[in-house]
Design a protein around this ligand. Structure first.
Ligand code: SF4
Length: 187
């Protein structure tokens, strides 16, 4: 698992924005949340997948949403900001009015993240393949997923923890509540 500081994530994003003539979002609370999301994803998956989208944990499936994603440049050109609104153009930065940016990622790719088991990282898979057969296998940690819903738009998602930003209405993580999916049978 790679370890990275928020400052490193920030510097990398600032350098990338500068290279392409973009700016980081002028809303400091959003910026802090996105940097934290990128850091968490990098530590979890080994790469900084988009903080506003669900990743599968399989690099091949997630390659297009490693930040900066494949969709950033066309989104900034068309809507003045990327999907998350982490990267914005000068006009948005100065006005501080964040635009609505629709999802450009194809639906088939989005669907892979739903119900796809966490894939092994290449190094882990290679190590396992090379190891001699084991007599007993140790219990693997279980990823406990829960149902979350956005109190602002009703979007429901099944994952470990609520998304940083609602992919539908862009509400913040605090707007997500857990759904108690316990079903009781009587009689
Ligand atoms: S939408 Fe923005 S924050 Fe998300 S991966 Fe693309 S560039 Fe990064």
């Amino acid at each position: 698992m790679s370890s990275i500081t928020i400052e490193q994530v920030r510097r990398r994003a600032e350098a990338d924005a500068k290279t392409y003539g973009y700016y980081l979002t002028p809303q400091q609370d959003l910026l802090a949340m996105f940097l934290e999301g990128l850091k968490t994803n990098e530590e979890r998956y080994g790469y900084p997948s988009c903080p506003c989208r669900l990743a599968t944990g399989n690099l091949e499936f997630d390659r297009d949403i490693i930040c900066p994603c494949d969709y950033r440049d066309p989104d900034v050109a068309e809507y003045s900001a990327c999907y998350c609104r982490l990267y914005v153009n000068k006009a948005v930065y100065e006005s501080q009015n964040l635009p609505e940016v629709p999802e450009r990622r194809p639906v088939e790719k989005q669907q892979r993240a739903y119900g796809t088991p966490m894939a092994k990282q290449p190094a882990e898979a290679a190590q396992e393949k090379a190891a001699p057969p084991k007599q007993q296998t140790a219990a693997k940690p279980v990823v406990k997923k829960k149902l979350w819903y956005c109190r602002q738009c009703g979007y429901v998602v099944y994952r470990e923890d609520p998304p940083y930003v609602c992919p539908i209405c862009k509400a913040k993580r605090e707007m997500f509540s857990e759904i108690d999916a316990t079903v009781e049978f009587s009689g």
